[in-house]
Design a protein around this ligand. Sequence first.
Ligand SMILES: [Zn+2]
Length: 91
Amino acid sequence: MGRLIDGDKLIEDLRRYGHENISVDGLEGIIALIPSANPERKTGMWIEDTDDWQYECSECGERYSFDADSTPMDAGLKYCPNCGARMEGIE
Ligand SMILES: [Zn+2]
């Protein structure tokens, strides 16, 4: 696998430098200056609130409701839909 870069950062730089018709060499120069992306995903836990059957993401605080006796794991939520953290379980 080649070097990973942040695609959003590339687009941001292209817009900032105002390239309309850019050559492959020019694009290569811009990509060379973009730092490598860190593919490491953050991890989180679901924090259970049994009062109203909600679970909160420990990383971003977003809350999700589930049916009684159903957990985010039952629903197949391995990642927080809001922040993308890999969820390791229920706290
Ligand atoms: Zn989250």
